[in-house]
Design a protein. Structure first.
Length: 311
């Protein structure tokens, strides 16, 4: 057999990529019915495809548990390989179309405070340089953005985390950090030493004060808990709101204090003072996130370039 014949025979022995994708979806969603709903296959078709995949690889991948199934250790291991294989195929396919002018629609999700300083300027630059790329903007908290990326509901996400509360992404996603901001303690303007930086240990002065936390994401809550723990106390959460303007107003009214990233503070206010926290409190970091194999798709690459170098 010549070299071409050997290569063709090797390709015939590789697992079908569509079936590998079904196995990854089963690992992610947990049930055949959920995979069927998400892919458009019937449940019996999903089951048959996975049975064929077992024959292709020559080892059991699933084991019954009551009326459901779960992955065997071999199945779990194959999922780990499959994520990388599928990402590499997506990247290779995107690179094959990378020389032409970017054309297409990118569904972008971003958190609220990144819209004006980050996303809008990037979209203006993109329109001038690549007018055939269309971008649909959706506002979501980072947790929802990650789930939308995993399900294919969006193509690119702008998310944040805190260095003291790092975000763990699923293996099929990859992130590129583009920004880092210091943290501030927002206090009423008439508070003693309102114009001075504050050490984390100094937060003990606010042990009996009400704290204002986010009503949607859990990261902000966890940040407050961890930073206050450094100062030796558990904070009393007095209010939960998702409007940063309302957070600033509550602080200005003397109804609590809040931890805010730099982009969340309203510097023009006369009723609020913003005390920069020392590095022990950590920082807020912003990331672009996409499926691992899609960074080279020209419209995504074009939008990512508009966001990343500008920061």
């Amino acid at each position: 057999m010549d070299d071409v014949g050997v290569a063709v025979e090797a390709m015939r022995q590789l697992p079908d990529l569509g079936r590998l994708r079904l196995l990854v979806e089963l690992h992610r969603l947990g049930t055949m019915a959920a995979v069927a709903e998400g892919t458009g296959y019937g449940t019996s078709a999903v089951s048959k495809h996975l049975a064929v995949l077992e024959q292709e690889v020559g080892v059991p991948l699933l084991t019954p548990v009551g009326r459901r199934v779960r992955l065997t250790p071999a199945g779990e291991r194959l999922v780990e390989h499959a994520v990388g294989i599928l990402a590499a195929v997506e990247e290779a396919r995107a690179e094959l179309h990378g020389e032409a002018e970017p054309v297409g629609r990118v569904r972008l999700a971003t958190f609220f405070t990144a819209v004006e300083p980050v996303v809008l300027p990037a979209l203006s630059r993109l329109r001038r340089r690549h007018p055939r790329v269309e971008v649909e903007v959706n506002e979501h908290e980072p947790e929802h953005t990650v789930e939308l990326l995993r399900s294919g509901g969006i193509d690119l996400g702008v998310v944040y985390d805190y260095s003291r509360v790092p975000r763990t992404l699923p293996p099929e996603l990859s992130a590129r950090q583009f920004e880092e901001q210091p943290l501030y303690l927002a206090v009423p303007a008439d508070h003693p030493h309102a114009d001075r930086p504050i050490a984390v240990s100094g937060l003990a002065d606010f042990a009996t004060t009400g704290w204002i936390a986010n009503s949607r994401g859990t990261d902000d809550d966890e940040l407050v808990q961890r930073v206050c723990a450094f100062a030796g106390f558990a904070p009393r959460i007095a209010h939960r709101v998702d409007s940063l303007h309302l957070v600033n107003s509550l602080v200005g009214a003397g109804l609590g204090v809040a931890l805010l990233a730099e982009s969340g503070i309203e510097r023009g206010r006369r009723d609020v003072a913003f005390r920069v926290l020392d590095p022990l409190a950590g920082t807020r970091r912003s990331f672009l996130v996409a499926r691992a194999g899609q960074w080279s798709w020209p419209p995504i690459a074009a939008l990512a370039e508009m966001i990343t170098p500008a920061r």
